[in-house]
Design a protein around this ligand. Sequence first.
Ligand code: GCO
Ligand code: MG
Length: 410
Amino acid sequence: MTSPATIRAVDVLVASPSRNFVTLRVTTDDGVVGLGDATLNGRELAVASYLRDHVAPLLIGLDAHRIEDTWQLLYRSAYWRRGPVTMSVIAAVDMALWDIKARLAGMPLYQLLGGASREGALVYAHASGADLDELGDSIRGRLAEGHRAVRLQVAVPGMGAMYGVGAATAGRYAYEPAKRAGLSVEEGWDSARYLRYLPSVFEWARAEFGAEVMLLHDAHHRLTPIQAARLGRDLEPYDLFWLEDCTPAENPESLRLVRRNTVTPLAIGEVMNSMEDFRLLIQEQLIDYVRASVTHAGGITGLRRIFDFAAQYQIKSGSHGPTDISPVGMAAALHLDLAIHNFGIQEYMEHQPLAGEVFRTSYRFERGMLHPGDAPGLGVEYDEAAAARFPYTPAYLPAARLVDGTVHDW
Ligand code: GCO
Ligand code: MG
């Protein structure tokens, strides 16, 4: 019988090394520390308060080994279920408890999840540009680093700043979606222009980079179902790995129309956080990849349940991994990626070097894949003294408006 690992302290750490991260630290009586990521981009303090004010008192004195029981307790006893704030809170606790259990076992977490099912997790990198020349440099930079899968985002001629397009300095993608302070910056949007232009970008990319490289694209929830169907069809000749968030998918039934009209693979779900959000999409096989993250979908325990359900329908994982998932969340994703059978791909938008001053990670990149490393637990250490140099900085995601000023999906 395993001796209990009684939870003695629960700390919520908020720091902004290049961008805001909320980290949960759970400490046991014996001084074993577990970390969890609770970063909800643009709404960070809502999660921090939920954890600090409402959850921390419940955790003190519990046995850290009882992960499933704690998950269910936080899910059911709150009465108010699901949603990004609640599920990010549960996620952070879940990750921290898995970290503790694996550290106590002296094993990297993936061993406790069933062991490695592959050598590493195939990742996709981001490439972007203000025009095709810049985009080309950005793609070449990523391929030179060893990436085999690249997401392409490019400015549409005639439109100003838009999602996913940032300064591509020396081929490196430096897009941070949130300005560092102040209120939301507004960006313009015109679906008709985008739909006319985008297929030519992929035609160019295939001619320039050949058939082998895996190409992805994120439509970032901006299209109606009929527009999404048309885009999927127009992109078919260019063999995308996936088209992401083609519609907001809040009405999952609308994906039936998209599906009937295109065989371009579809990935959805970075803003979703529960099994209920995915049920219809999975049961009717309306998507090919589940885009949820460990950080926002109830941790390892919550996301694994969704992935296992998806596996019954030959739907694969495609975990969300932008820089607003902290290195702790990224590490947790990689342990799960390595262990599950229906792994598809992992997003990898490298953190800025400053983040590395606060989070020391053991994951490593090789031949287009990430491996979580073999340090016990998640393999991440948090440097609180370094974090003190980077106080929380309010930051908002942009807002999008159509040419006539109507607010649109960002
Ligand atoms: C992606 C996402 C991100 C989100 C961001 C919002 O596919 O990586 O769309 O870029 O916009 O995570 O916080
Ligand atoms: Mg996305």
